[in-house]
Every structure is written in C-alpha cells, then in structure tokens.
Design a protein around this ligand. Sequence first.
Ligand SMILES: C[S@@+](CC[C@H](N)C(=O)[O-])C[C@H]1O[C@@H](n2cnc3c(N)ncnc32)[C@H](O)[C@@H]1O
Length: 301
Amino acid sequence: MVGTVRQDPGTGGVDGGVGVTALLVAAARALETHRDDSLARDEYAEHFVRAASASAGWPVRMQQVPDGDANPLWGRFARYFGLRTRVLDDFLLRSVRAGARQVVLFGAGLDSRAYRLDWPEGCVLFELDREGVLGFKHEVLGGLSALPRARRVPVPVDLGGDWAGALTEAGFDATAPTAWLAEGLLFYLPPAAETALIGTVDRLSTGGSALAFEVKLEPDLLEYRDSPLYVATREQIGIDLLDLFDRRERPDSAGNLAGRGWSTSVRTPFDFSRSHGRGPLPEQNDALAGNRWVFADKPAL
Ligand SMILES: C[S@@+](CC[C@H](N)C(=O)[O-])C[C@H]1O[C@@H](n2cnc3c(N)ncnc32)[C@H](O)[C@@H]1O
C-alpha cells in the first residue's frame, strides 16, 4: 500500500486534496489513448501525469499494469473515465454543431478538449477550476508548446462560492447559447453549492443552451467503502475518494432543471458501454452503481 496523498495545503494544486483527482482522470485518459480500441485519445494526458510529483510513478500504458484489465483502478475505473471522456466529447461537439459557440467547463481539471477537439470557427472555451490546478496545466501545456484549437480562457474560481462574476468578467455572454459541462465535479461540492450552480446555469442560459453533468445517486456512499474500485484507489495510489466526496444528501438537479423548463435525460454509464461495445458493465458491490450522466436542453425561444 502507498502512503495517503497529503491533504491540500491550501494552494489548490494537483498534488493534494481534490486537485489530485484531476491527475487520476488524466492517467485514465493516458491509458485509454494507447488502447487498440480506445474510445478517446488525449496525447497531453500522460504529460500531466509525468509532471506532477503525486502521479509521476503511475502507469500511462496498460503494459505497465501487471494485472491489466483485472485491476479495478487502472482497468475498470480507468475505462470508465475513457468512456466518460468520449460521451462528453460527443455532447460538446453536438452542442457546437447545433450552434453554441460558448463552452463552459466546470472543474475543467486537466481536460485538454480545447487542444484536442475540432471546434468550429469562433468558439470560446471557459475553463473553471482552482487557481493551482489551472496554473499546473498552464505550465505543462506551455512546456509542450501546445496550441489550442479554439479560444481558451482559464477562469480561476472556487466553484463552491460565487463564480458567475468571474465568468462574466472573463467575457462570457449570457445572451448567446452555451454548452455547459460539469464532469466529475458536483459530488465534491456542498449540496447548496450544487443547487446554486444549477440555478446560475439556468439564469445565464439563453434558449438553445445545453448542460451535461455527472451525479452520484447512492443514498449512502459509505456502503461501498469496501468495493474493489474504492479499495484499489485507496491502496494503489493513496486517494480516498469517499473522504473527498461531500457525502451529504444530494439535491435533485435533474428534477430542478426540469422544473425550470429544461428537457432532461438521465442515463447510466452502462447504457453507453453497451452502445459503444466497450466500457464498464454493472458488477456486485459496484462503486459506479449510482453514477448518472444527465443531459439537459433549454428550449430555443
Ligand atoms: C475529478 S476532477 C475532474 C476534472 C475534469 N473535469 C476531467 O474530467 O478530467 C475534479 C476537478 O474539480 C475541481 N474542483 C473540485 N472542487 C472545486 C471547487 N470548489 N472549485 C473549483 N474547482 C473544483 C478539482 O480541482 C478538479 O480539477
């Protein structure tokens, strides 16, 4: 067993606290990139993993995982992130092809979509995360001389607080349709912050905007404490996800949006594993059992 990842010292970087989860997803994307049947390719992901002291020794190729796909962390969980990346890539590309030119990524972490995806002319991506995470990302991408394929605007904020002012100051235009994404974020926030975020998205969205987000519906997450996925994540890389999640009762954000006139569709990741022919499927004592991906559209005026 490795030592536990240290608690966040307050800088909000990637080496501790919730910031380290951005590295976990980057490592999963690096592994996915090099699979023969990859669902999403991210050539930047392994550079983030190698650059941070918390993750420098993690695998970035399946050949570096002795038990391969049988490993609950680098096999099934990493594949989950690969699938999620692909499904949400598709959501964003669908939204911009339908006319949105603004994209807001909540808890963007080490998401390199601004550099990877084929954005139409005139798109702007706002990346909201903590200052330390965005700073690390900037350093690594700068070292690679990477060029974004759309205008990219990092917005350092605490998403548990009031972020709308910073987004507006960064140039966000509430009169234009927006594609919003909260991928792997909401369960780290206090319930009231999630409710506020959803309400603010509604307030800042004109007709034709779309939002995708991920939630966990398990009433008691601690019931899954000994699941293979949480145990492997704790023991192999020292991340206790259950300590990082805000485990208080979650709001019904999909219902909240439906009540505000949005059309919503709530899907399980397993739906997409089946349609793509690869990805995680349900199992006993499954830490992914309550995960849902919600897609919401605000009707055009
Ligand atoms: C699991 S990572 C997901 C990153 C990215 N969306 C992806 O899927 O690759 C969660 C991200 O949320 C960010 N985050 C969590 N709580 C936050 C907060 N209160 N304010 C800003 N960012 C936060 C973390 O810094 C981290 O980058």
